[in-house]
Ligand binder design. Structure first.
Ligand code: ASP
Length: 326
C-alpha cells in the first residue's frame, strides 16, 4: 500500500513565502512591515480531535497567532472529561493522583514547559506563561502549581468519578504493562501555522495511565514531544514517551527535514530509529506527526490505529496514518 495515499500532499499546497523587511520609522523604532497577512493557515493534531483542531483552525482564520491558537485548541481537550489522557479526567498515577505535563514552542524558538502538575487543568496555557513570564523554560511539580495559582489559575480536582473507578479496577491487579493503543494514547500534540506563516506547537497530556508517581514522559520535553523550527517545520509525538525521549524524536524529525527529507520520510525514519533497537515486534505504540514550512504533512506510527486531524481551508479532516506493523 502506498502510504502517501494517506497523506494528500497537495492538500495544503505551497504557500507564499513572506518576506518581512524591517524598516526604521521616523520615531526611530523598528517596525515589522509584514503586510501580507494571507498565508494559508492550517492546524494539525495527533489523534481524532475534531473540536480542538477546529477551534485552533477557526482561531487562525480569525487572525490569532499560532501560539495562541494551539493553546486555545488543546484547551478543549484539557477540559474534555471524556478524554482520559489529557487534562481533567486524565488517568491518574498508581496512587490515584492526576498529574499533567505540557509544553509549548513558538516561531521564535522560545519554549515553556510544566511537568507533573497537580490540580491545574490548562497546563498548555500554563507552559506558555512559563515561557512568557519567567526567565525559565521548565517548572515542575509544586513550583509549577504555585506559579499557576499566582497567575490566577483555580485549583481543581482532576480525578473524575469515571477515572477513579477505572483506577480502582486497575488496582485489583496493579500490573503496569503498556498496551498497544488500548490505553488510549490520546496525548494531544498540535502544530499551527498562522496568517503570518509562523509555526507554533503545544503538547499536553496526563501521561501514561497508572504511571509511577513522579514519572514524566516525552510530552513536556522540548525536542521529544514537540519541536518547532520556524524555518523548517515542526513535529509532535504521542505514545510510549520513554521510547520517544531515547531518540529525541521530534527534534530528530525537524533535523531530518532540514536535511531535505519530506515530513513523511522524516517521521518514518524517526519510527525506524526506535524499532531498530527492539528485539522482535514491540508491544508499544509511538506515533509522530510533522509538517514542514510549506504545509506538507507526514505521519507514521509503530502500530496501526494512529490517526491525525488536519484543518485547512475551513475544513477539518481525520486522516489515518500508516504504520510499520499492521
Ligand atoms: N506520550 C505520553 C507519555 O509518554 C503518553 C501518550 O501519548 O499517551 O507520557
Amino acid at each position: 500500500m502506498n502510504r502517501r495515499k494517506f497523506l494528500d500532499k497537495s492538500y495544503l499546497g505551497l504557500s507564499t513565502i513572506l518576506v518581512a523587511p524591517e524598516v526604521v520609522t521616523n520615531l526611530g523604532k523598528k517596525k515589522n512591515f509584514l503586510t501580507q497577512k494571507n498565508h494559508h493557515v492550517f492546524a494539525i493534531s495527533t489523534w481524532n480531535v475534531p473540536e480542538a483542531n477546529q477551534i485552533a483552525g477557526k482561531a487562525l482564520e480569525d487572525g490569532l497567532s499560532a501560539i495562541d491558537a494551539v493553546v486555545k485548541g488543546v484547551a478543549y481537550e484539557e477540559s474534555n472529561l471524556l478524554n482520559n489522557s489529557v487534562g481533567k479526567g486524565g488517568a491518574p498515577d498508581r496512587n490515584g493522583i492526576v498529574s499533567l505535563d505540557a509544553c509549548v514552542m513558538n516561531h521564535n524558538g522560545d519554549c515553556g514547559a510544566v511537568l507533573a502538575v497537580e490540580n491545574i487543568t490548562h497546563v498548555a496555557a500554563l507552559a506558555k506563561e512559563v515561557m512568557e513570564k519567567t526567565p525559565h523554560v521548565i517548572l515542575a511539580g509544586k513550583g509549577a502549581r504555585q506559579f499557576a495559582i499566582k497567575q490566577g489559575y483555580r485549583p481543581e480536582n482532576l480525578l473524575t468519578e469515571q477515572s477513579k473507578k477505572a483506577w480502582k479496577k486497575w488496582l485489583k491487579n496493579g500490573n503496569y504493562e503498556p498496551e498497544i493503543n488500548v490505553e488510549n494514547h490520546d496525548t494531544i500534540g498540535m502544530i499551527c501555522c498562522d496568517k503570518s506563516g509562523n509555526l507554533s506547537g503545544a503538547c499536553t497530556t496526563s501521561g501514561l495511565a497508572y504511571k509511577m508517581s513522579g514519572r514524566v514522559g516525552d510530552s513536556p520535553i522540548i525536542g521529544s514531544g514537540l519541536y518547532i523550527d520556524n524555518n523548517i517545520g515542526g513535529a509532535v509525538a504521542t505514545g510510549l514517551g520513554e521510547e520517544v525521549i531515547k531518540t529525541v524524536g521530534s527534534f530528530l524529525i525537524v533535523e531530518l527535514m532540514r536535511n531535505g527529507l519530506s515530513p513523511q520520510k522524516a517521521c518514518e525514519e524517526a519510527v525506524n530509529r526506535i524499532i531498530e533497537k527492539q528485539k522482535g515486534k514491540p508491544n508499544f505504540q509511538v506515533a509522530y506527526l510533522a509538517t514542514n514550512k510549506t504545509g506538507e504533512v507526514g505521519a507514521f506510527s509503530v502500530q496501526s490505529g494512529f490517526s491525525y486531524s488536519l484543518y485547512k481551508s475551513k475544513t477539518n479532516k481525520n486522516l489515518v496514518s500508516n504504520s510499520i506493523y499492521k
